[in-house]
Write a protein that binds this ligand. Structure first.
Ligand code: NAD
Ligand code: WQD
Length: 345
């Protein structure tokens, strides 16, 4: 419990995970200031957050690569900690436009950390990814599993993880959390905020949801010849609200420890196949989700799921929401969007 309201600067707070985490932070008693350039989100999210929590988060439209703006933000607001979600995340696009990924994700993080250093704000929670484990050598994936990357997006996450580690080692007082997300899905139960991919969704669940509404005709299942129980890819899907709670727990951990470099997985520890996900979504929505087995997607791994013990031991946090809840909440959100190209903008 916090006695005096602390302010968290949330970069990328208008996006999918940042908006749900903003709600969780406000509900935990923090004040939130969002910095987002809206390149993949809509300003209407702010009203939705205010409706849910009864409090509008502060908002600055701007880019994390804008040095002058960052200095202004830190000079004009008493920031206690930063949660850093801002970045680009489409794996395929990162191979086509690597420089914009290095610029947004690596240069953006560098600018942010330098501004934090200038302002003596030394607590940061960073959105890393299970993608840093590359091809799993053993399962479940523990935080000590070797890291590697197979695409520019993954490389940017590795570089920022390293940057944070070097910074932490170089100067006393830094409290750093590197949170490795598995596959976040679902939406807030109000149906007011959720995932709004622009154009054709890259990820499985938003695609399945759009097939259920009839907006797309069928799911293409990328490979049914993997060494998994039904041959389709297995992933650790986690409700975005559990993920958001994990951030609040990580921040609380950073606040009660000193000079900490925390690296934890945020997952459920359970894997589900593509076909299981389609069946679960049909069950939750009451709609048919036609699918067709097609070739494997290049670069995909067969299966992965998290070892969740470290997060529980250090943070006292575990994911609690079921697969049905994830699908029901994603379905409510998809319906509330009315099947239109709501997308980011
Ligand atoms: P998102 O695209 O919904 O949110 C990112 C937000 O950052 C958007 O609102 C976008 O407008 C903003 N943004 C991007 N570049 C910016 C910049 N240069 N300056 C200011 N704002 C900028 O994505 P998300 O799913 O919420 O992901 C958040 C973070 O979590 C990302 O760093 C992503 O790499 C990481 N992550 C996501 C997943 C996932 O599956 N969604 C998994 C692992 C890690
Ligand atoms: C899940 C499963 C696909 C779409 C990606 C990024 C990763 C992370 C999360 C940020 C796989 C299959 C998918 C479709 C399908 N992001 N699939 N048809 O691949 O685990 O991870 O997003 O860090 O970096 O690589 O998630 O949702 O794309 O795929 O059959 O139309 O669904 O092959 O088995 P993935 P996903």
């Amino acid at each position: 419990m916090i006695t005096e309201k602390e302010t968290v600067l949330v970069t990328g707070g208008a996006g999918f995970i940042g908006s749900h985490t903003t709600v969780a932070l406000q509900e935990a008693g923090y004040r939130v200031l969002i910095l987002d350039n809206l390149c993949n989100s809509d300003v209407a999210v702010l009203d939705a957050i205010a409706e849910i929590t009864g409090e509008a988060p502060g908002f600055i439209e701007g880019d994390i690569r804008d040095r002058a703006l960052l200095d202004e933000v830190f000079a004009n607001h008493r920031i206690d900690a930063v949660m850093h979600f801002a970045g680009l995340k489409a794996v395929g696009e990162s191979s086509a436009e690597p420089l914009s990924y290095y610029d947004n994700n690596v240069n953006g993080s560098l600018q942010l950390l330098q501004a934090m250093q200038r302002a003596s704000v030394r607590t940061i929670v960073f959105s890393s990814s299970a993608t840093v484990y590359g091809e799993p050598q053993s399962l479940p994936l523990t935080e000590s599993h070797p890291r590697s990357a197979t695409n520019p997006y993954g490389h940017t996450k590795l570089v920022v993880e390293e940057m944070l580690e070097s910074l932490h080692a170089s100067e006393a007082g830094w409290r750093v959390a590197r949170l490795r997300y598995f596959n976040p899905i679902g939406a807030h139960g109000s149906g007011r905020i959720g995932e709004a991919p622009q154009g054709t969704p890259n990820n499985l669940l938003p695609y399945v949801a759009q097939v259920a509404t009839g907006r797309r005709t069928e799911v293409q299942v990328f490979g049914a010849d993997y060494d998994t129980p039904d041959g389709t890819g297995v992933r650790d899907y986690i409700h975005v609200l559990d993920l958001a709670d994990g951030h609040v727990a990580a921040l609380a951990y950073c606040r009660r420890t000193h000079n900490e470099l925390l690296t934890v997985n945020l997952g459920t520890g359970k894997g589900h196949s593509v076909l299981e996900m389609i069946a679960a979504f049909e069950q939750a929505s009451g709609k048919q989700v036609p699918y067709k087995i097609v070739a494997r997607r290049p670069g995909d791994i067969a299966q992965c799921w998290a070892d969740t013990e470290k997060a529980y031991r250090l943070l006292g946090w575990r994911a609690s929401r079921t697969l049905s809840e994830m699908c029901e909440d994603a379905w409510r959100w998809e319906q509330s969007r009315g099947g239109v190209e709501a997308a980011g903008k």
